[in-house]
Design a binder for this molecule. Sequence first.
Ligand SMILES: Nc1nc2c(c(=O)[nH]1)N[C@H]1C(S)=C(S)[C@@H](COP(=O)(O)OP(=O)(O)OC[C@H]3O[C@@H](n4cnc5c(=O)[nH]c(N)nc54)[C@H](O)[C@@H]3O)O[C@H]1N2
Ligand SMILES: Nc1nc2c(c(=O)[nH]1)N[C@H]1C(S)=C(S)[C@@H](COP(=O)(O)OP(=O)(O)OC[C@H]3O[C@@H](n4cnc5c(=O)[nH]c(N)nc54)[C@H](O)[C@@H]3O)O[C@H]1N2
Ligand code: SF4
Ligand SMILES: [Mo]
Length: 757
Amino acid sequence: MDTDPPQQNPQLAFPDHETKDKTPEMGGGLPVIQYWAEHTLSPEGPHLWQALFHKSACLSCSWGTGGQKGGFTNEDGERLQRCMKSVEAISAELQPPVSTHFFDRHSIDELQQLTSYEADRLGRFSFPVILRAGSSHYERIAWEDIYEIATAGFRQPSERVASYSSGRSSNEAAYLLQLMMRTLGSNNLADCSDLCHAPSTVGLKQVFGTNTSIVSLEGLKQADCVVLAGSNASYNHPRLMNELIKLRDRGGKVIVINPVKEIGLVKFASPAFPVKSLLSGSEIASLYLQPIPGSDVALFVGIQKALIENNQVDHSFLQAHTEGWEAVIEQAGSTDWQIITATCGVSQPEIEAAATLIGTAQRVIFAWAMGITQHENGVDNVYSIANTALLTGNAGKPGAGVMPVRGHSNVQGFGSMGVTVRLKEEIRVALEKLLGRSLNLNAGYHTRHLIEAAAAHQIDTLLCLGGNLYGANPDASQARQALGNIDTIVYLATKPNLGHFHGLAKQNTIIIPVLNRFENPHKTTVESGNNFVRMNSEGTTHLKQADLISEVEFLTELAHRIHGDYPVEWRKLQDTRYVRQLIAQCIPGYEKMADIDQNQAEFTISGRIFTEPQFKTPSGKARMMITPLPQLALPSPQEFGVSESVNGIVVALMTGRSYSQHNTVVYKIGDPYRGMPHRNCILMNRQDAESAGLQEHQRVTVQGDADKLANVEVIYGAVRQGGAVMFYPEVNAIFKAKLEERSGTPAYKRVPVLVHG
Ligand SMILES: Nc1nc2c(c(=O)[nH]1)N[C@H]1C(S)=C(S)[C@@H](COP(=O)(O)OP(=O)(O)OC[C@H]3O[C@@H](n4cnc5c(=O)[nH]c(N)nc54)[C@H](O)[C@@H]3O)O[C@H]1N2
Ligand SMILES: Nc1nc2c(c(=O)[nH]1)N[C@H]1C(S)=C(S)[C@@H](COP(=O)(O)OP(=O)(O)OC[C@H]3O[C@@H](n4cnc5c(=O)[nH]c(N)nc54)[C@H](O)[C@@H]3O)O[C@H]1N2
Ligand code: SF4
Ligand SMILES: [Mo]
């Protein structure tokens, strides 16, 4: 068939050549090698190599690399699977310690002036500190005093205590955290996944009865078409790019769906293929569709409509293995093309070309990330993708299915361990057996509800196992005020971030320095987004004479002081082998954890990967859901409270990651692949800017519904008309995001803002 992409609507796409003189022509490439060389040959080099070769999982993303087979190996035993993002993450962990007198010399007012980049550059925390009410400085604190304050904090009524966690800690720490909290009777287990893939969890549970990807890495190697929607894997999951390169090499097709033409998704030069890819680059997208931000449901309904019109629907599969398909077909069939194309801004021929690629492929995998989930209708987005997969029989067979591309390296493990407000029934039953009583089944606070509860003075004590609750939330001033109502906040962290300087408690803010994944004195485990459990060996830290603690040691000691020996001998659990036994007993699919200390056999979690169309719903059939098309009108400039005379444009702002940052932590200031030289830039479509009388490099004001950022530099880029891009965490100062109500996830990817001169 003809696989040439159809011409894009010229009004919508920004001509590529106009950005070529300043941005690289492909993602990855020689700058990656240069980065490796600079770091591995620098004075930190020996430690860096040691950490890279250490038998532990990569710290950075959920794709998963490393573990017992060695730092460079993936679950299929393939070598050379470490990307530069891994080096970036390790190198930040190998910084020298924050000096002993640093906090005596710098007041909290001074620390609040730091940028995210500067905060991270302070180095590793190496001793515990406290900021007491009325004091202007963090000061060192003894462990005994920490336990006293924390224990008193957790003796408050269980609905008034909470935790927040980020996905870098281990399964063992996650399991202990939820056991400690649920033993207290608190379900307030907020987690960064609430801000991230919760719509995938909710959507996949409804459709397939499972929470995670239904395909494995091995399955991806068998696919002949991949649809990659709302993911910039070239920045955030670089090893996924290798799989796409291999897929194209074997004649497969890649359909990218993204309002931004991310250069690395057009062409990517991978160091894993030095001869065929590194210098010349490899084509990634066979077809690149640029929908209006937030309109993916309309685009997928359009693809479904074209599949129906082309007779490419697999009716026998639908009848045998799904429920609700009639309504989905009826919806797609009866929605006018005109409504579909007007909503998503992609032309009918382009949508039909995507449908033809999907309909003629034998095994299609649909992968997605934040461009799909972080919307007011994120769960509908997931449903519409699942519907498209099911209509073509692309679920429940090898090489086909749906694959949320997860975030942090162990965020999925946190959910599996029960750190979630949506506790699985099997875990509830197992925990009740362990506790010898019923669990409190009150709905706990997810992350946004936690901030709202704190704002309403309903939280006394908060424990943050990693992360940056302040920096990750929308509406920074609300987050600051809300956290300021909490009496005690205990942060467990490896490195300073803005949250430690702005997310301050009313009475006591404590920072506990922890060992990272490759430094712990005991083994730990993590779970990748591809459902593979890796084991991390013991390690040591480069921080000499430091007063660090492992997360497991702190949590077991705190739990012991709160609960005594109920329901387990907490102190005994400092030996993580016992925690793994509890995990094997309580967590569905983790049976093999029982033997991992004997045989070091890393494993794929059972019951997650579907190679047969027998799903985990009560009927065994996939439940298809109809997906209303979104209403995407933007407010008028005047709704931002500016006078009639202001000449500006309202755009749908997509907020996300630059090339060199890990979530709220900025490693490097610029984003060369998008041509954005610093963080205070807005990437805009040229026609949009010119229609508002703006020019490239002009400094503008970007006004949201909470605040505004001034002096923002306009950069022209390959963003479709009506959309724009800015970086978080800085941009979180200016907007109050709408929520995806079923999952609690903020709509970070469609933020209406007014851009004016
Ligand atoms: N190096 C590095 N790796 C990381 C992270 C990191 O910060 N740095 N973070 C980790 C975490 S926690 C996560 S969740 C993942 C994030 O990984 P991604 O989801 O890839 O990250 P984002 O920057 O949020 O980018 C999402 C993409 O969605 C597109 N997009 C925006 N709006 C829409 C839309 O309406 N529709 C569609 N189809 N696309 C849209 C954007 O243009 C962008 O290309 O990466 C993980 N890995
Ligand atoms: N506007 C906007 N906002 C967003 C997003 C967006 O796309 N746009 N994305 C959202 C998403 S997807 C996510 S996941 C959240 C991320 O939110 P979080 O997970 O809360 O934030 P991170 O920046 O990943 O947290 C980094 C901190 O974790 C600590 N840390 C690192 N390793 C360890 C460890 O091993 N143990 C412990 N205890 N601490 C450690 C370090 O102190 C580091 O500073 O942000 C969300 N916010
Ligand atoms: S793709 Fe992700 S897990 Fe693999 S090496 Fe890179 S950052 Fe680490
Ligand atoms: Mo995330």
